[in-house]
Design a binder for this molecule. Structure first.
Ligand code: COA
Length: 161
């Protein structure tokens, strides 16, 4: 398959799920480099602080040479412009993701017409997952081992939620 340079995969990752991880790993088969861009300021109430979310992402991909973990604040499009990146990646789980993703892709396109958004279907094993669901299950002492990378379940155990 022909590979095309760098793709940016942005998100809050509060926390990072196996669904997110699966998208990143599959994207490395298509793109030379995948940049996981961890957003600093979450508009939602966050469980993990930015340094925690960042550190966990670094840990998850530490053995993958073609995955770089970076961070950004402010507009995503400005971050991309600064680095000369032109391709964005988002995962689509169900049809309900479409509306939000469509809006975001259109807004980003309006802000910078040279940036393209690519979508990958989330693996069906993970299409039901969301960070909110995981936070809820963990808070109620449920087992999230099948839903998140090991580092995340360890960190969640240590958190009093
Ligand atoms: N598997 C499992 N779950 C997934 C998933 C996948 N493949 N992809 C997304 N999710 C879930 C997450 O768990 C999360 O669940 P939650 O809503 O219950 O918390 C949700 O989908 C989305 O989270 P995530 O992918 O971490 O981040 P996001 O979609 O909230 O990120 C930004 C949005 C950061 C990319 C966007 O807000 C942004 O660009 N912000 C910067 C400011 C800006 O430029 N704004 C203008 C944008 S037009």
């Amino acid at each position: 398959m022909m590979k095309k340079s760098t793709v940016v995969y942005p998100g809050f990752f509060d926390p990072f799920t196996l669904g997110h991880q699966d998208i990143v790993v599959r994207a490395t088969e298509v793109f030379e480099e995948v940049v996981v861009a961890v957003a600093k300021d979450s508009p939602k109430v966050s469980l993990f602080s930015f340094p925690e979310r960042f550190e966990m992402a670094v840990e998850i991909f530490k053995d993958r040479k073609n995955v770089k973990v970076d961070s950004f604040d402010g507009l995503l499009i400005n971050y991309m412009k600064k680095n000369g990146d032109k391709v964005l990646l988002r995962g689509l789980r169900t049809v309900s993701d479409f509306e939000y993703e469509f809006q975001m892709a259109q807004a980003n396109k309006t802000l910078d017409a040279s940036v393209e958004t690519f979508f990958m279907m989330t693996d069906s094993r993970y299409s039901y997952l969301s960070s909110t669901l995981i936070r809820e299950i963990a808070r109620l002492d449920g087992d999230i081992g099948q839903m998140v990378p090991k580092i995340v379940s360890q960190r969640m155990k240590n958190k009093k939620i």
